[in-house]
Design a protein around this ligand. Structure first.
Ligand SMILES: [Zn+2]
Ligand SMILES: [Zn+2]
Length: 54
């Protein structure tokens, strides 16, 4: 499944430095994060298992 938006701020992930990865806890939900949220260390939460990560 393709993720096109940052899970934290909802911004599109067309920016360089954006990442898409599977939830490290359940491995089922694909999480997208934009560059600015990564740099600022904004928390994300997996909607599937509730895992929160930096
Ligand atoms: Zn973001
Ligand atoms: Zn999860």
């Amino acid at each position: 499944m393709e993720v096109e938006f940052c899970i934290s701020c909802g911004k599109g992930l067309n920016e360089e430095g954006s990442v898409i990865f599977k939830c490290p806890n359940c491995g089922e939900y694909t999480i997208g994060r934009c560059r600015s949220c990564r740099e600022m260390g904004v928390k994300y939460k997996c909607p599937k298992c509730g895992f929160e990560g930096p």
